[in-house]
Design a protein around this ligand. Structure first.
Ligand SMILES: CC(C)(COP(=O)(O)OP(=O)(O)OC[C@H]1O[C@@H](n2cnc3c(N)ncnc32)[C@H](O)[C@@H]1OP(=O)(O)O)[C@@H](O)C(=O)NCCC(=O)NCCS
Length: 165
C-alpha cells in the first residue's frame, strides 16, 4: 500500500472527516508525496516500525511574514492519546523555527460538539481560540480559529500559553 493510500485510510478510520474533506486531503497528499507541490506544503509523518501511524500537513500562509497554517493532523485511532499528536505539532514548531525567529501558527477547526476533543487538544498544546464564524461549514457548525505564537529558544520550551490574546 502506498503512503498516500495509507494516510487516507488512517484519516478515514478516525471518522472525523466526510468524503468531500477526504477528497481534498487525497489531492493534497498526492501533491506532497509526489513532490509536485509548488505551494510549499510540508508533510510530517510518524511511524511505528515500518507502519505509518500519523501525519501533519502545514504550510506558510501566503501574504504573511511569519504565519503558518496547520492544515491537517491525523493520528491513527489505536495510537491516539499517547502523545503522538503533541509530537507532530512540536516537530512542526521546530521546523518553522529553523526558518524564522518567531511565528504564528493558525488552525481552523469545527465548533461541533463532537469536535470537543480536537479543541481540547489544541488548548492543551497552548493554542487559544481567537475567532469564530457561526454556521460556517453548515447550519450550527461554526468555524473556530485557534492561534499559537512561538519564538525561538522559548524558555518554556513551547509550552507557554498565549496570554496576549
Ligand atoms: C486530535 C488528534 C490529532 C490528537 O492527537 P493525539 O495523539 O490523540 O493527542 P495527544 O495524545 O498528543 O494529546 C495531547 C494533549 O491533548 C489533549 N487531548 C488529546 N485528546 C484529548 C481528548 N480526547 N479529550 C481531551 N483532551 C485531549 C490532552 O490533554 C493531551 O495532553 P497531555 O499530553 O497532557 O495528556 C487525534 O485525536 C486525531 O487524529 N483525531 C482525529 C483527526 C482529527 O480530528 N484531526 C484534527 C482535525 S481539526
Amino acid at each position: 500500500m502506498n503512503r498516500c493510500t495509507k494516510y487516507l485510510d488512517i484519516a478515514r478510520s478516525t471518522k472525523a472527516f466526510n468524503e468531500a474533506e477526504l477528497d481534498v486531503l487525497s489531492e493534497l497528499l498526492g501533491k506532497c508525496l509526489e513532490g509536485s507541490d509548488e505551494e510549499g506544503y510540508m508533510l510530517i509523518g510518524e511511524k511505528v516500525g515500518n507502519d505509518d501511524i500519523a501525519f501533519l500537513i502545514c504550510g506558510k500562509t501566503p501574504m504573511t511574514e511569519f504565519t503558518y497554517d496547520l492544515y491537517w493532523i491525523v493520528v491513527s485511532p489505536s495510537y491516539q492519546g499517547k502523545g503522538i499528536g503533541r509530537r507532530l505539532v512540536s516537530r512542526m514548531e521546530e521546523s518553522v523555527l529553523k526558518e524564522k525567529d518567531k511565528a504564528n501558527i493558525r488552525v481552523e477547526t469545527s465548533g461541533k460538539e463532537d469536535y470537543a476533543q480536537q479543541r481540547a487538544f489544541y488548548n492543551a498544546l497552548g493554542f487559544r481560540e481567537c475567532g469564530r464564524i457561526p454556521s460556517f461549514y453548515r447550519e450550527g457548525d461554526d468555524l473556530v480559529t485557534f492561534y499559537k505564537a512561538i519564538i525561538k529558544n522559548d524558555p518554556s520550551g513551547g509550552k507557554g500559553k498565549n496570554d496576549k490574546l
